[in-house]
Each structure stands twice: as structure tokens, then as C-alpha cells.
Design a protein around this ligand. Structure first.
Ligand SMILES: [Ca+2]
Length: 295
């Protein structure tokens, strides 16, 4: 009996020693591959090649919370922005809130209107539709979203998204791959601009939340737009798109730089707003809200 027990415990002990040996010799084999290992390694190398600091990129992509955002990426292949309706923003409740916003921010909006020539009702209309006056700013990590879309030039990343689509609709794998590669090139430019912006303004890239497409702040600017059009409205030396005064000045400046001038006719106004969002329904909604706010 004791002999059996001794033999049994010897076997258990031998097994334990062997397992410990295996872990010590090859710890990687037991670790689960991270999303960074699976999808972001090539992207990280590309960023370094394009001048971003290798140690910083290494540290960034190893932070907790770094994930491949299948949902954000999938939405690109499901949603049709051009077919979205914005008409619910013209209901009475929304207009009342926007009127209140214009009163609350009257001093800043008047200053912005004077400096840019863009009516404050138009600036307010855009902020209403983009983020419900700064109350719905998006819940996605801009860094994760842009990294995930940018990683679509990688076959493993495309496989993951393709298999995870709820409905592939009339999309063929070939057309999916083509669109994914195009979106990857676009997102890579946005990702670079995002990393440059956050470094310049001393913002933690992992702390910025936005839309699934990487649009951020009260005016939902894409990162490449920030350098060209964003303004420091409150004059504190920083461009903070989560600050209302900076956001208002940035929206107005965007429209001004796209051709808005005092006294332009409605047709020209609509053409300028179209640069903000290439949807006719969006443009019509902004104009209608502006009319209602001025009535
Ligand atoms: Ca500022």
C-alpha cells in the first residue's frame, strides 16, 4: 500500500518537475498570442519605417487595452453613410436644445461668426448633428479603430473580419479584399496624423474615444483634418476638440477654408457643407436646422 503511494507520488513529482522544466525552457508556447502579435506587428514596423520612434511604438502597442476592433472594421462594410437619414435632428426637442446651446455659448459663437464669416446657426447645426451638441462623442478607441482598419493590408486581419461579418450581403471576397486594402491605406494616413496630433498636444493616444471610423471630438474631425482646420478657439495654446470653444472655432474654420464667405447664396453654402460630409441628406439637414435656429 505504502509502496504504491510512494510510487504514485514519485510519478506526480516527476510530472511536476517536467512541466516546470517545459515552462522554464519555452514560456512562449504556453502564452496566448496577443492581438498585437497577430495583427499589428507589420503595422508597427511600417510606422517605425515612416519615422515614428521604435521604442515608443513598441511600448504603445503592448499596452493593455490594445485590441483588434472587429466591430469597428465590420461597420465599414455594412453601413452605407450616404443612405443614412439625419432628419430626426430637426425635431422640436433637438431644435430647442440647440437654441439653448446657442444662448449658453453666445459670446464664443458671436466671436467665431465675426472672425470666420460663418453663421453661428450653421456651426451649431453641425455640432448638433455630429455629436448631439457634444453629448455623444463615440465610445470606440480612436487608436484601436484606426490601427485595426490600417491593419487590413494584412491577410490574417482580413480573414478575421470576413469570417466575422454578420452578413456578407452582395459582397464577394474579391470586392471585400479590394475595399479593405483601400480603407487600410486611408486609415494608415489617419493613424499617422492621429499619432502626430496626440504627440504634439501631449495627449495619451489610448485615452481618446471617438466614432468607429476614428472621427473625434465635439466636431468629429478626422485626424488628417486637425492639422489643416482645427483651431485653438479659447487661446490656451492647445487644440482640444473636446472643448466647445475650440470645437466651434474649428468647425467655422473648416467651412471658411472650404470657401464659405459672408453673403454667399444657399447653393454655395450647400456646396461648402458637402465637404464636411458627402451626403446630400446631411447637407439638407444642416441647412434646415440653421433655418429653424434663425427663425
Ligand atoms: Ca484651446
Amino acid at each position: 500500500m505504502f509502496e504504491i503511494l510512494r510510487k504514485g507520488s514519485r510519478i506526480v513529482l516527476t510530472l511536476l518537475v517536467f512541466t516546470a522544466f517545459c515552462i522554464a525552457v519555452n514560456p512562449v508556447s504556453l502564452a496566448i498570442a496577443s492581438d498585437r502579435d497577430l495583427y499589428f506587428i507589420d503595422l508597427e514596423k511600417r510606422l517605425v519605417k515612416d519615422g515614428f520612434n521604435a521604442d515608443k511604438m513598441d511600448a504603445l502597442y503592448q499596452r493593455p487595452g490594445i485590441t483588434f476592433e472587429t466591430r469597428s472594421v465590420s461597420l465599414f462594410f455594412i453601413l452605407r453613410e450616404g443612405k443614412m437619414s439625419h432628419s430626426h435632428y430637426t425635431d422640436q426637442r433637438s431644435i430647442q436644445k440647440a437654441k439653448k446651446y446657442m444662448e449658453q455659448h453666445k459670446t464664443d459663437l458671436d466671436r467665431v461668426e465675426k472672425a470666420s464669416g460663418v453663421e453661428k446657426s450653421v456651426v451649431t447645426a453641425i455640432i448638433l448633428v455630429e455629436t448631439r451638441l457634444g453629448t455623444t462623442l463615440g465610445k470606440s478607441s480612436v487608436f484601436n479603430s484606426l490601427s485595426s482598419i490600417a491593419a487590413l493590408d494584412n491577410t490574417a486581419a482580413r480573414d478575421k473580419v470576413w469570417k466575422g461579418l454578420d452578413s456578407q450581403g452582395d459582397l464577394t471576397r474579391q470586392s471585400f479584399d479590394k475595399k479593405a486594402k483601400r480603407k487600410s491605406a486611408w486609415a494608415y494616413r489617419e493613424l499617422k496624423a492621429f499619432l502626430e496630433y496626440t504627440a504634439k498636444e501631449n495627449i495619451d493616444p489610448m485615452a481618446v474615444k471617438g466614432s468607429f471610423a476614428g472621427a473625434m471630438g465635439i466636431p468629429q474631425f478626422m485626424p488628417t483634418n486637425i492639422g489643416h482646420y482645427a483651431k485653438d478657439g479659447n487661446g490656451d495654446g492647445f487644440i482640444d476638440l473636446f472643448n466647445h470653444t475650440d470645437a466651434q472655432a474649428s468647425v467655422a474654420n473648416f467651412l471658411k477654408k472650404h470657401g464659405w464667405k459672408p453673403g454667399i447664396d444657399r447653393k454655395k453654402k450647400k456646396k461648402v457643407v458637402h465637404h464636411y460630409n458627402h451626403s446630400d441628406d446631411y447637407v439638407d439637414t444642416i441647412m434646415k436646422i440653421s433655418d429653424l435656429l434663425e427663425a
